[in-house]
Write a protein that binds this ligand. Structure first.
Ligand code: BTN
Length: 246
């Protein structure tokens, strides 16, 4: 991964650029990195704070054989890779907040936006967009209660290029495991050991009605298993709900 890298000083969004490159036939593993983004995007159409000089904004093009169900699973693979890269570079014990945020002290260090194209015929790809708050010292007021950076958590500045290299190396390892199984079964235990909500009571905010239960961990599809008081185990699918710790 990352053998083909396209670097920008500034770009609208690395995800937009990576999707364009993928449409043009870029190979799996191609990486787009930018120092800053003019129109960085988060999930649910939100803006992603993307200033220059401090953070990591990157998008990886993947062409797994097992589309389309794999896109949401790949988001979890990416979260594992970022978690591992952060651990290697800083020693910080961050956590994964299912499905794909990386948090420390209850604040977000990294977000992942995975986008997929899977027409019946034609081009199939997934773009995994990763934003990591690395050396940022001050966040805009709207997000400062929810966001943190590696620098704010550890007091040390991190070399963005080494962090990217560590994340890619971990990504490659986890991705191979994922591809060899066709699902996340080989990664369940490592994922659950990094997950902040594992074994804890959670509240699931679902448009069909909120409920609480104990988060048991993920299954091979990356769904969150939540045990209700009745003993029934619900399979929570990412993208449809929001999870809160209690
Ligand atoms: C989230 O809302 O948690 C997802 C944030 C994803 C941000 C990254 S930064 C690199 C890539 N380009 C984008 O415009 N978004 C993703």
């Amino acid at each position: 991964f990352g053998r083909v890298v396209e670097y920008h000083d500034a770009i609208d969004s690395t995800n937009i650029r990576a999707k364009r490159l993928a449409e043009e036939g870029a190979q799996s593993g191609t990486l787009v990195v930018s120092d800053c983004q003019i129109a960085g995007r988060g999930r649910r159409g939100k803006e992603w704070v993307s200033p220059s000089g401090t953070n990591v904004f990157m998008s990886l093009i993947l062409r797994p054989d097992i589309l389309p169900g794999s896109a949401s699973m790949l988001t979890l693979v990416a979260a594992l890779a970022v978690h591992e890269g952060i651990r290697q570079e800083t020693g910080l014990e961050a956590f994964i907040k299912w499905p794909n945020d990386i948090v420390a002290n209850g604040k977000k260090l990294c977000g992942i936006l995975t986008e997929m194209s899977a027409e019946l015929e034609g081009i199939h790809y997934v773009v995994a967009g990763i934003g990591i708050n690395v050396n940022m010292e001050v966040f805009p007021q709207e997000v400062s209660s929810m966001a943190t950076s590696l620098y704010l958590e550890t007091g040390k500045k991190v070399r963005r290029s080494s962090l990217i290299a560590s994340v890619l190396e971990a990504f490659e390892r986890y991705y191979e495991e994922f591809i060899s199984q066709g699902d996340l079964s080989g990664l369940i235990s490592v994922y659950n050991s990094c997950m902040i909500n594992a074994g804890k009571e959670v509240k699931i905010l679902d448009h069909a009605g909120d409920y609480t239960g104990k988060a048991l961990g993920i299954n091979e599809k990356g769904e969150l298993l939540v045990e209700m008081q009745s003993g029934e185990v619900k399979h929570v699918i990412s993208g449809e709900v929001s999870v809160r710790g209690l």
